[in-house]
Design a protein. Structure first.
Length: 331
């Protein structure tokens, strides 16, 4: 591992000032992804700025029904928050579907959203990878791609975004609050934090250098119920092949009053399934209707021989989860 300097800060401005003085700086929150990548030689920072002592570690339920989740709230604290469990069950289910108890007790909300892809070529510095070394090529397209993406992918990169939490937050219209380097705050929908790979897969987010995520805000929960389901190769310690976060409410005639769906494991960012939502809104929910809408969502999918199964799998999981939510709604 390359030698590096370490500084622990107690003030966000100080963290950002230090970060702006050295080009190869990384913020350290829980450290569970940064240190892994350093051990692998994928991340080679000169300086780690430990931000874990900043006061962004509170889950605050506000009177308007929204909840503010500090960027440094630990994953286990978020999943265990009684208000989150009761009002945003998709969020706690998504967190608990990820990693292990030990990791979740260290990992933070902001770090989870900014963790890097688990594409095996990205993690192997002996292999080319456009995301790690721009212009070096993408061996995954002709290689091991079972875990990789089918929506929003490009000729340069087909990696998937690994975070379970980000999928649930995307379905729930989360806003990300960001401290800019001049100390101001800007907020973006989580969906707009992430970039699609295009020709520049190394540029994964719209964060500027030195910007800090301070919190994630969830607006008052949508009517009805919400859920999160993850399909993976092993029961634990595995990233999603496909995951689905969904919320649904029906009106008194049984038609869809509101529906939100986001997918994980299929794209380089948490994928908000707006085609599914638009096709189902106002309709009476049937399995055939859901399957048609989900198939339309995947109409532009670009698959490899190894990951084509994800399309059928995602359609099955979307259908199962929306029908289950409809069942809960009708009880
Ligand atoms: C074996 C294993 C299995 C896992 N399984 C899953 C899984 O199934 N699902 C899942 O979702 N995750 C999984 N994870 C990932 C784990 O959840 C992440 O490692 C963790 O969420 C990262 O959080 P952290 O606080 O440790 O981030 P760090 O490692 O500290 O940071 C990650 C990145 O975010 C940046 N950063 C952190 N906080 C901020 C901030 N506030 N503002 C700006 N930048 C910031 C850092 O600079 C770094 O680039 C797994 C990890 C391991 C090691
Ligand atoms: S899919 Fe993306 S991350 Fe994986 S090897 Fe190709 S360029 Fe790298």
């Amino acid at each position: 591992m390359r030698a590096f300097a370490y500084e622990r800060v107690s003030d966000a401005g100080e963290a950002q000032r230090i970060a702006s003085e050295t080009t190869e700086t990384m913020f350290l929150a829980g450290g569970t992804n940064v240190t892994d990548l350093m051990r692998l030689g994928v991340a080679r920072p000169e300086l780690l700025v430990d931000v874990s002592g900043l006061p962004y570690d509170v889950v605050e339920h506000r009177t308007d029904g929204s909840v503010h989740i500090g960027a440094l709230v630990r994953n286990d604290d978020l999943a265990g928050d009684t208000g989150v469990r009761a009002r945003f069950p998709a969020v706690s289910k998504a967190v608990l579907a990820g990693a292990s108890g030990q990791l979740r007790s260290m990992a933070t909300t902001g770090g989870n959203l900014l963790q890097r892809t688990r594409c095996t070529y990205f993690q192997d510095v002996t292999k080319p990878c456009n995301k790690r070394v721009p212009g070096s090529g993408c061996p995954a397209i002709e290689g091991a791609s079972r875990d990789l993406g089918v929506l929003g992918v490009s000729d340069s990169c087909i990696a998937t975004h690994p975070s379970d939490l980000a999928v649930a937050l995307t379905a729930l219209d989360a806003l990300v609050h960001i401290r800019t380097t001049d100390g101001a705050t800007r907020s973006v929908p989580l969906d707009e934090l992430y970039r699609l790979p295009g020709a520049t897969p190394q540029e994964e987010t719209t964060l500027e250098r030195g910007e800090l995520i301070t919190a994630v805000e969830l607006p008052a929960p949508p009517m009805g119920s919400s859920t999160y389901r993850k399909v993976r190769d092993r029961w634990s310690y595995a990233f999603a092949l496909v995951s689905v976060a969904a919320s649904l409410s029906l009106d008194n005639t049984g038609s869809v009053q509101s529906v939100r769906v986001a997918l994980g494991g299929v794209a380089s960012k948490p994928w908000r399934a707006r085609t599914i939502e638009q096709m189902l809104l106002g309709e009476r929910l049937t399995e055939a209707g859901i399957r048609t809408a989900a198939a339309s969502e995947f109409a532009d999918a670009r698959t490899t021989a190894a990951n084509a199964f994800k399309v059928d799998l995602a359609i099955d999981v979307v259908a199962a989860e929306l029908l289950a939510l409809a069942g809960e709604e009708s009880r």
